[in-house]
Design a protein around this ligand. Structure first.
Ligand code: MG
Length: 203
């Protein structure tokens, strides 16, 4: 599937092979319900998933508080000074997401939600076809996303988790921990592993 813009011009940490796997999952699950991603950042994954949703006649909800995860904060490994809002004294990735969606022609397909994952999960009503967890990497954040959102996944839907690193030397453990919990729950079976992305089907 062609992407609607040069994806290398969008900040973010999603590998193209991971993006394509998410696109296939979005198309395969579009009939079950809309897609939702946690952790929009500047919209790189939203372009991949959104383009697939557009083709399939589905929608993507892209959830983020847009103040950056721990590792994006000043002094941390993934801090980008270009995302700093001087007036707010904080990161603000929302203008970058909106710019990406406008450039990609996906404003009608991707609906940004600005807020905290747990708050939105608590009141969410729709059954999801695809749930992509790519939010904070603390245990509290990852576990909250897993507990709060997987109950909203339709049977046959796909749970996608990014930054799953079986070897702790490659990265932080919480995404791997929730991946392990999903498998141990007997509610999911793994269908695909691409780089640090894992896809699990809700049984
Ligand atoms: Mg990630």
């Amino acid at each position: 599937m062609d992407l609607p813009l040069d994806i290398d011009t969008v900040k973010g940490f999603l590998d193209p092979a991971e993006g394509r796997a998410l696109q296939q999952a979005a198309i395969a699950t579009a009939a079950l319900g809309p897609a939702l991603e946690i952790g929009a950042y500047c919209g790189k994954s939203a372009v991949y998933i959104g383009a697939a949703c557009k083709q399939a006649g589905s929608m993507l909800f892209s959830l983020d508080h847009h103040r950056g995860s721990e590792e994006n904060q000043p002094g941390w490994e993934y801090h980008d000074p270009e995302l700093w809002d001087e007036d707010a004294g904080a990161l603000d990735t929302l203008p970058h997401l909106r710019r990406t969606l406008r450039r990609a022609g996906l404003e009608e397909v991707v609906t940004p939600i600005v807020g905290r994952s747990a708050d939105v999960a608590r009141v969410w009503g729709a059954r999801l076809g695809l749930l992509f967890i790519d939010g904070g990497h603390t245990m509290g954040a990852a576990l909250g996303d897993y507990r709060g959102w997987t109950p909203h996944l339709a049977q046959g839907g796909v749970l996608a988790i990014h930054d799953v690193f079986p070897d702790p030397a490659d990265g932080g453990r919480p995404p791997f921990e929730i991946y392990q919990r999903a498998l141990a729950s007997d509610l999911f079976e793994e269908t695909l592993a691409v780089k640090s992305l894992r896809l699990l089907r809700r049984l």
